[in-house]
Ligand binder design. Structure first.
Ligand SMILES: C[S@@+](CC[C@H](N)C(=O)[O-])C[C@H]1O[C@@H](n2cnc3c(N)ncnc32)[C@H](O)[C@@H]1O
Length: 358
């Protein structure tokens, strides 16, 4: 047993079988041994590829969407955008590199619970203190306004959702990583799937519960629903990108298809194996969340927000600069393959984009 498993085992000896959500929380976020606290991340050098890690195109489309909402909201200044579960900051970097029209008004708040990943935010982003971003020095603001200088973009990195009014809250592949519980239909009743001990092995233990489900195994995603309510409480538009299904559909599928582990770009082993060494992720049961105003396939959402125009722009730049073979030409060319990956009907394009209106 590794040290984290020893701790879980002690807890089980003390209290009996513990909820799966507690074990998943420790496996991913324990400050000393959790996957995200010690090494795990998205990216080519990481453990899995997410839309922002495909390349800068996803962030460029988000930048266009931010501009659309900013104009619709009457161009507020400051314009507060919170990105939760920001990982190493790749999406923020791409959004800012796309120089959206809202940039002078933009307060971009990265929220990332892992201190290790938060440390990476300052590698490519100029961070300012939250105090400065949310309550800037009056005199400085007045001076800048008089000189017609923009006050933004101001970028802040935090461990938790801030208690400020936000115009937009974004989260890419966050909800699938929030701890969940499991229910299973037995022969004559429903049980909760808890984690117990068999000798020195962590094992599933079925504990009868008063809750009732009809068939198979189901996730109970209380933390994901709570996160959506907290994000909505900031008062703005909430936009979540993730792989998702419904509870009823998941109950009919093999549970190991929707509750998965990853490490080094490969599917990992069992969810209770070598705790802290692999990612544990679950498709999001949309019906367990507050009802979104829009639920769109990622491919359609990206098209609605202009991915095709960005690809056409890229093609043009490539045609003009191919003979130079410089970085700009290469970046332009890569837009075509990035768009293919981001809209692939059986891959990222099938992800859901869930939106809650203010
Ligand atoms: C699958 S990664 C996605 C990272 C990034 N959004 C991307 O798409 O590449 C999920 C991230 O959410 C972070 N996270 C988990 N729970 C969080 C929470 N409650 N608040 C902020 N970040 C959280 C994890 O540490 C991890 O970096």
């Amino acid at each position: 047993m590794n040290e984290l498993e020893e701790r879980v085992a002690d807890e089980i000896r003390r209290r009996g079988p513990v909820p799966f959500s507690e074990v998943m929380d420790l496996a991913l976020y324990d400050p000393d041994f959790g996957f995200y606290s010690t090494h795990g991340s998205a990216g080519r050098r990481g453990d899995f590829i997410t839309s922002p890690e495909v390349g800068p195109l996803f962030g460029a489309v988000i930048a266009r969407a931010l501009d659309t909402w900013w104009h619709e909201m009457g161009e507020p200044d400051p314009f507060v955008v919170v990105e939760a579960g920001a990982g190493a900051g790749t999406l923020a970097i791409a959004v800012l590199a796309a120089t959206p029209a809202c940039a002078p008004a933009l307060r971009y708040v990265l929220v990332e619970s892992s201190a290790l990943l938060r440390d990476r935010h300052r590698e490519y982003l100029v961070l300012e203190s939250a105090a400065h971003a949310f309550a800037p020095d009056r005199e400085e603001v007045v001076d800048r306004q008089e000189l017609d200088m923009p006050t933004g973009p101001i970028v802040v990195s935090l461990a938790e959702l801030p208690r400020v009014e936000a115009h937009v809250v974004l989260a890419n592949e966050l909800l699938d990583n929030l701890p969940l519980d499991l229910l299973e239909r037995g022969d004559d009743r429903t049980c909760e799937v808890r984690v117990g001990l068999d000798g020195d092995r962590l094992v599933e233990v079925l504990v009868p519960t008063d809750l009732s489900i009809e068939t198979g195994r189901e996730p109970v995603q209380t933390a994901a629903a709570r996160w959506v309510r907290e994000a909505r409480a900031l008062g703005g538009r909430v936009v979540v990108f993730d792989y998702a299904d419904t509870t009823a559909s998941m109950a009919r599928r093999p549970w190991t298809d929707w509750l998965r582990t990853y490490r080094d770009h490969q599917r990992g082993s069992g969810v209770l194996d070598d705790l802290g060494s692999q990612d544990i992720t679950c498709e999001v049961a949309v019906d367990q969340l507050p009802r979104p105003a829009h639920d769109t396939a990622q491919a359609d959402w990206l098209r609605r927000h202009g991915i095709d125009d960005l690809v056409a722009e890229g093609r043009k730049v490539w045609e003009e600069r191919a003979h130079l073979g410089d970085l700009e030409a290469m970046k332009a060319r890569s837009r075509v393959s990035e768009a293919e990956a981001l809209t692939a009907p059986t891959g990222l394009g099938a992800f859901r984009v869930l939106e809650w209106e203010p």
